[in-house]
Design a protein around this ligand. Structure first.
Ligand SMILES: [Zn+2]
Length: 139
């Protein structure tokens, strides 16, 4: 999975703008920021570290996070270790998740049946959104 967005504003509207030190340079059409390919790579790494740890804290397993982000579970385990992330274990419930685009997300929230008895965390994931749903109180 590859996410190509401006490191400054997150827009995916950018154009090629010359080559500097053998690296393709781009200019963001939204904010006029110049960036190179290497810089994008670094930003993607940080992005995945953040998202992976976020999901880990939400109670997802390494394998689930691997499936969602396309990052190896070994990397995720290393990040958890590196940043010393600990989560309290709770075996009573487990969140479910969906990957939706903007309009699917707004449709989802318009249906009251989806909302009752549940809590949500919505987080950006590339050009889509991830919705983590907690149904702890639904019996
Ligand atoms: Zn930008």
């Amino acid at each position: 999975m590859k996410i190509q967005t401006c490191p400054n504003c997150g827009s995916n509207r950018y154009i090629k703008s010359g080559v500097v030190n053998n690296r393709q340079r781009y200019r963001c059409k939204s904010c006029d920021y110049y960036f190179s390919v290497n810089k994008i790579g670094k930003k993607i790494d940080d992005y995945y570290v953040n998202k992976a740890l976020q999901l880990y804290l939400e109670g997802l397993t390494y394998r689930e996070i691997e499936r969602i982000l396309g990052v190896s579970h070994v990397s995720i385990m290393n990040w958890v270790k590196k940043y010393n992330i600990k989560r309290p274990y709770n075996y009573d419930y487990h969140p479910t998740y969906k990957i939706l685009n903007g309009s699917e997300l707004s449709k989802y929230f318009q249906d009251l049946d989806n909302l009752s008895g549940a809590g949500f965390v919505v987080t950006e994931l590339g050009d889509k959104f991830m919705l983590i749903k907690w149904e702890r109180f639904r019996k």
